[in-house]
Design a protein around this ligand. Structure first.
Ligand SMILES: [Zn+2]
Ligand SMILES: [Zn+2]
Length: 381
């Protein structure tokens, strides 16, 4: 094991400890001396959305995971307001995040949840341990080639202070004079920074501690719809760790995932493209297999060979399920083409092939249920 030299990161620690104090004091002082108008909460919400989404969509799903492509204008927006979130340059943030995914829960993971809530939440930012955990830029060579990100990295502090603190004060001044400027600074600058910080931090801490693991327990990541509400949809973290190239974290239409809706909207107006998403059947296969393995885990084999036989049945069912689902995807695409080309006979032919395949898939789903029912009850003896 490498030698770790721990050192307090004074700048980060002071910033993280002083912003909440300054925010509370500032809001109180501004409210009692100048009075709060509608301007302050409005600026707060605008900056909270702009900086928050620049982290979840920009830093995270676009830059770290390349789950889609975005126009230069949006990349610039994410670079500006992502800096305003005061979570480091995109290059540093993504370098850490890629290591987190590659080595989740291990020694190399910069914010490993196995080191406890507080380490993964905030202490990892306040304490430098050196070594490969911190800002290893060799992880982000692809991103360094983006002139916008290279520029943001170089001027990070200036952009962060300008966009995260200065701009809300300036906009506040434009609409409300000096009281508006102070209000903009304490509400949309200081207080908003605290909320943005802890929203992001909760994904590293809470989303690795509380929630369900529908897709696998190879690492500590968890799905928590409640957390998704606080984090622009990032709470579906077990899904995200399982399918990290997917532009969605909440993959069903009803999952609360504003980052996904933002991406879909900008794809519609052609400022984003190449959205990567995992086929539904692939997600279903992962979930069913994990349910099966979870049911099997506590079982004490009643007689030799029972578990092996169940696993073999499961393997067969999964193979057929995946092959049939892939075929179905292909036939559906062909049907679409036939419909476009107005080939009525071909379309008819495909319709019946699709119906037959769907029946086969339904039968495999019943087999999945039957396999699960055949798992011997866990013996507590
Ligand atoms: Zn991620
Ligand atoms: Zn994670």
């Amino acid at each position: 094991m490498e030698q770790v030299s721990r050192q307090i990161n004074v700048v980060n620690s002071l910033f993280l400890l002083l912003t909440p104090i300054a925010a509370v004091a500032g809001i109180w002082w501004h409210a009692t001396t100048m009075g709060v108008t509608l301007l302050e909460p409005v600026l707060f919400v605008i900056w909270y959305l702009a900086c928050g989404l620049s982290i979840t969509v920009g830093y995270h799903r676009l830059f770290s995971h390349r789950s889609h492509e975005a126009s230069w204008s949006l990349r610039l927006f994410y670079a500006l307001f992502g800096a305003g979130a005061f979570e480091n340059s995109a290059l540093n943030w993504c370098a850490d995040h890629r290591i987190h995914h590659r080595h989740t829960d291990n020694e190399e993971d910069p914010y490993s949840a196995t080191r406890g809530f507080w380490w993964s939440h905030i202490l990892w930012v306040m304490i430098d341990e050196g070594g490969p955990r911190s800002h290893d830029l060799s992880q982000v060579k692809d991103l360094q080639a983006d002139p916008i990100l290279a520029w943001q990295h170089r001027w990070y502090v200036l952009i962060a202070v300008g966009v995260g603190m200065g701009l809300p004060a300036l906009v506040g001044y434009a609409f409300g004079g000096v009281p508006g400027a102070v209000g903009g600074f304490v509400w949309a600058g200081l207080a908003r920074t605290v909320f943005t910080h802890h929203g992001t931090f909760l994904i590293n801490s809470a989303a690795h501690i509380w929630g369900t693991q529908p897709y696998g327990d190879a690492n500590s990541s968890r799905d928590s719809p409640a957390l998704a509400f606080l984090t622009f949809g990032e709470g579906y973290h077990n899904f995200h760790h399982t399918f990290q190239a997917d532009y969605r974290n909440g993959h069903r239409w009803f999952h609360f995932d504003p980052s996904k809706w933002w991406i879909q909207f900008f794809a519609m107006v052609r400022l984003k493209r190449g959205l990567k998403s995992t086929p539904d059947w692939h997600i279903e296969d992962k979930r069913r297999n994990h349910t099966f393995e979870t049911a099997l885990a506590p079982v004490v084999e009643p007689e030799p060979g029972v578990i092996d036989a169940l696993r073999a049945r499961m393997d067969d069912a999964r193979t057929s399920f995946k092959t049939r689902s892939r075929d179905l995807d292909r036939l559906m695409a062909e049907r679409k083409e036939a419909r476009k080309a107005k080939q009525a006979a071909r379309k008819q032919e495909l319709e019946s092939a699709i119906a037959a395949l769907k029946q086969e898939i339904a039968a495999i789903r019943s087999e999945f249920t039957a396999i699960l029912a055949d798992v011997p009850r866990a013996s507590s003896a």
